[in-house]
Design a protein around this ligand. Sequence first.
Ligand code: ZN
Length: 250
Amino acid sequence: MRIVRFERQGVTGYGRLEGKAIVPLRDRPWERVMTVGEAVPLEEVRLLAPSEPSKIVAVGRNYRAHAAELGNEVPAWPIIFLKPPTAVIGPEEAIVYPSASKNVHHEAELAVVIGRRCRHVHPEDVPSYVWGYTCANDVTARDLQRLDEQWTRSKSFDTFCPLGPWIDTELNPADASVVCRVNGLVRQSGRTGDMVFGVSALVAFISEVMTLEPGDVILTGTPEGVGPLARGDVVEVEIEGVGVLRNRVV
Ligand code: ZN
């Protein structure tokens, strides 16, 4: 099943994607999947970020080759940080290049969407708490990340967390390809099977720290090949089995 959030004639809601149409849902999808009303053609709606997370928990240095390309060791435990919900944008929305940075990078990532409140969850129980998966771009002001010891500023500018285009509830996250293209050229090409810590280990680890709420999003780290974006670029994140998230930089 694929779940979208959309806006049509000023009204927003969730829907189930069926081919080129969207069937509206009555509730938030993790509460109940009950369709309501007529199907709407996909081209008549604007897709929004497919979740409205209370928080986005991101994981640093979770692919060996990416840790190495920035001169870092692979950590012995997941290195986590937060991105604010105000950074979230949807498919086709613009990433705004902040004047404070001269080196904004793309980071293509598999995003996990939580479906049930969880705390102290065991790794083997994690699949029953995951609602589905979407594509994310953990946009990062690399120069500010190096300048500050904390990552908050470099990771938190408005528009620095594109999510979408929809949530796929059937993806097997064990070994999907993660690709980033800029203006059609491949910049990153990795596989989730190369993560240092997999989805179950990450969700379990994070749930030892904080309560995860339905709709919360976990960014699972980026493969090697991160690099600069420029104003006017079109950046795409494609996760095999999910789809393509496309945004322009302005
Ligand atoms: Zn990242």
